[in-house]
Structure formats: C-alpha cells, structure tokens
Design a protein around this ligand. Structure first.
Ligand code: NAP
Length: 242
C-alpha cells in the first residue's frame, strides 16, 4: 500500500515511534528513522525493517529542536532516498513538574523538542512535498494537549501548540495535495510512561487498560492512506478524553 513511498519517523528508535516504523515498513514504505541518542536501538530497528520487511531503512542522529541540524538531516535523507512522501513527527519528551516550581529550562526543553522540533521538520520537508505535489504529515500530540494535565503545563502547552500547528499547516498546504493530521494518544505503555499501575487516571480509562504502541501505529497508518482527511485530531486513548 505504501510501496515506493519514503517515510521519515522521528523518535523511531523506541516506544510508539518504533511501532510506527514497523507498521509503515510492513505496508511497504522505506524508512528514514531519526533518533537523538540511542544509536544501537535505532540501528536494530532499521535492521529488522531491512531483513524482515524487505524495505530500505537508515537511521539518522539528529536533535529535532535544532533548526540547522534538521535542515542538514533532511538534505541527507533526500540524497539517500531521492525524496520524502510521509513525515511522522513523533519525537517527544516530558519534564513534568508543578507550574509554580517549574524551571525555565524544563519548559524550554519540552516546547523546543515537542513543538518547535515538529515545526523544524515540517519546514524542511515541505519544499519536497511541494515539489512532488503530494505529502502526508502526521503529528503525534497527546490528550494532555486537549484536556490539560496537572503537573504537565510545559508538555500540555507543547502538545496543544502542535494541534494548532497541525490545523494551520493543513489549511495552508491542502491545495498543494499535502495533508496534515494529528494523533492524540492517551496512556500508552512505553519508556516515557513507565509503571502506571498505581496511577488513578489509568483506572478511569473507559476501555479499562493502557494502550499499546501498536494502537497508535494503526491510527498513523490509517491517516497515512486516508486521502480525504486533513486537519483532524484522532484520539487513541481508550476513551479517557471523551
Ligand atoms: P519514548 O519511549 O520516550 O521515546 C522517545 C523517542 O523520541 C525516542 O526515539 C528518542 O530517541 C526520541 N527523541 C527524544 N528527544 C529527541 C530529540 N531531541 N530529537 C530527536 N529524537 C528525540 O516516548 P514514547 O512514549 O514512545 O512517545 C512518543 C511520542 O508519543 C511523544 O511525542 C509523546 O509525547 C507522545 N505520547 C506518548 C504517550 C504515552 O503514553 N507514551 C501519550 C501521549 C503522547 P532516543 O532513543 O535516541 O533517545
């Protein structure tokens, strides 16, 4: 279904991003995986894509919050793969804390990576999409960005900003054949969430349990191929944000 398409997945070395990489590769997409530090994990994911799924895959170390580093990385990906068709902005971090005590650097780090990092990627991939007159952008936001969450002012702000970015980019680029949507996960079991068995919020999930990275990956694959949907925010949250 995605044969001859190249997908960039940021934060593809672990957690939700890794599941997205495997899902898109299983549909035939070639993979450019961006990671921050964990080169061994990134190479392992690419190796599985190549050997078990038969697609091309390459890992690129890049801090998505660095405008010029993203520019250089997208240029390298273009040189290696020819062009890009799908961009999944998944890289993200948390630095939780109460707003009254939150350090400036913790607000900046989270918004720089989660929000500005997605802008940087969209900014440098868009010229390729415009040239191709096609492109798909999928931003991984969060239900925290829709509902707010005590202890996550920085994270919620970054993810709410990402929803605004998604809708503006969708309106701006729709006439050029470029779609932009967001997926908003709830509680998904990854390194980021850790052990949540004692979290009272988890007990409030209507569907009764935390989600899996594959649940988010399925939504990404749907939006990658849903040609008449743009500017949408698709919750994958077991109903927590109903
Ligand atoms: P994770 O397991 O902590 O993985 C984070 C990924 O992002 C890693 O691949 C990491 O690379 C990469 N990364 C971090 N900082 C980066 C940077 N500056 N530049 C490039 N890559 C960077 O996280 P996750 O739980 O899978 O979350 C993935 C996305 O889903 C995030 O945007 C998160 O906010 C969102 N989300 C998660 C949940 C949840 O419950 N897990 C809920 C809602 C939304 P390295 O391996 O090199 O460190």
């Amino acid at each position: 279904m995605l044969n001859k398409k190249t997908a960039i997945v940021t934060g593809g070395s672990r957690g939700i991003g890794k599941a997205i990489v495997y899902k898109l590769a299983s549909l035939g997409a070639d993979i450019a995986l961006i990671y921050a530090q964990n080169g061994e994990a990134a190479e392992e994911v690419c190796d599985i894509c190549r050997t078990q799924m038969g697609v091309s895959a390459k890992a690129y170390k890049c801090d998505v919050s660095d405008f010029n580093a993203v520019k250089e990385t997208v240029a390298s990906i273009k040189a290696d793969f020819g062009t890009v068709h799908i961009l999944v902005n998944n890289a993200g971090i948390t630095r939780d804390g109460l707003v009254v005590m939150m350090k400036e650097e913790d607000f900046d780090a989270v918004t720089d990576i989660n929000l500005k990092g997605s802008f940087n990627m969209i900014r440098h991939c868009s010229p390729l999409f415009l040239r191709n007159r096609e492109g798909v952008i999928i931003n991984i936001t969060s239900v925290s960005g829709m509902m707010g969450n005590a202890g996550q002012a920085n994270y919620s702000a970054s993810k709410a900003g990402l929803i605004g970015l998604t809708k503006s980019v969708a309106k701006e680029l729709a006439s050029k054949g470029i779609r932009c949507n967001a997926v908003a996960p709830g509680f998904i079991s990854t390194d980021m969430t850790g052990d949540q068995t004692e979290n009272p919020l988890v007990r409030m999930i209507p569907l009764g349990s935390m989600g899996k990275p594959e649940d988010v990956a399925d939504a990404v694959a749907f939006l990658a191929t849903a040609g008449y949907i743009t500017g949408e925010v698709l919750r994958v949250d077991g109903g927590i944000a109903i």
